[in-house]
Design a protein around this ligand. Sequence first.
Ligand SMILES: [Zn+2]
Length: 344
Amino acid sequence: MEDSSTPEARDEWAAEREAILAAGTPEELERARTRALGRQSRLTEALRRLGELPLAERRERGRVLNRVRAELEALVAERAAVLKAQATARRLAAERLDMTLPGRRPRIGHWHPVTQTRRRLEDVMLRLGFTLVSGPEIETEWYNFDALNMPASHPAREMHDTFFLPAGRLLRTHTSPVQIRAMQAAGGRLPVRVAALGFTYRRDDDPTHLPQFMQMEGLVVDHGIGMADLKGTLWAIAREVFGPHAEIRLRPSFFPFTEPSAEVDVTCAVCGGAGCRVCKQTGWLEVLGAGLVHPHVLRAGGYDPEVVSGFAFGWGVERVAMLLYGIDDLRLFYQNDWRFLSQF
Ligand SMILES: [Zn+2]
């Protein structure tokens, strides 16, 4: 080792340098680093023994040793980077060439259950001859309340738990303002036969109510429209949505924008009318609100209630989805949990 006849051997620290450069793995590099710079290394020993040298020599020797130490440390860092790059390259090459790994199967998504229900309802309405229309989710108080026969003093206005916005605006509490907009857009022409689906907003939050929910609304205005037309249409819709054996029944009720008004029940889809937990043993499920369009509403839409009449109905899309899929908590729809959504 101490052969001084070649230039390489004259370098006192060549062995340390070569061991670092020759390291082929992180473990080998760590061993070479310990050997070159560790507490037992020749370099550390040489530094420790500086004190034994005469002052002049000590200063020069110290400078050299410190430079060597910095150089060896830099070499270790450089080698570590090279080894890391080599490992990455090897891994990438292996990944590219390994034909035995099973392929990654793309997860095929599907429509959200509420969207599936929405499309099903839209399809039914289109086949019944309705035109699909939409309206703004930010409404004026006039469209959301006044035009629908709910003046400022009307108690039903309190029940709606409205989200109010600046400048007399609000988030619509139902899709019924679209009735007014559709009649205005028709400009007096007949018939008006529209369906509107969309989000509505109320300050509610419990297992059966959410601050944001989807409604579907139907409106027909023409000469001589009566309760028979309403009932026949709702019966057709119920059979399309809930199956060929679905029956409906109308119970007298009250809504400001219809007169007369009715709550509409459909045969329980779970027990077929025999009575079960879902329908509270009645065999019926309350799903719709409906009625003949109130004269004030027709007037607000630009029609003369002495000449024409109409019917309207509305229901919650999530509620229909809950009944179709047997879901008991409305909030599940909007938690975006893949384990829940993938079941539909
Ligand atoms: Zn039932």
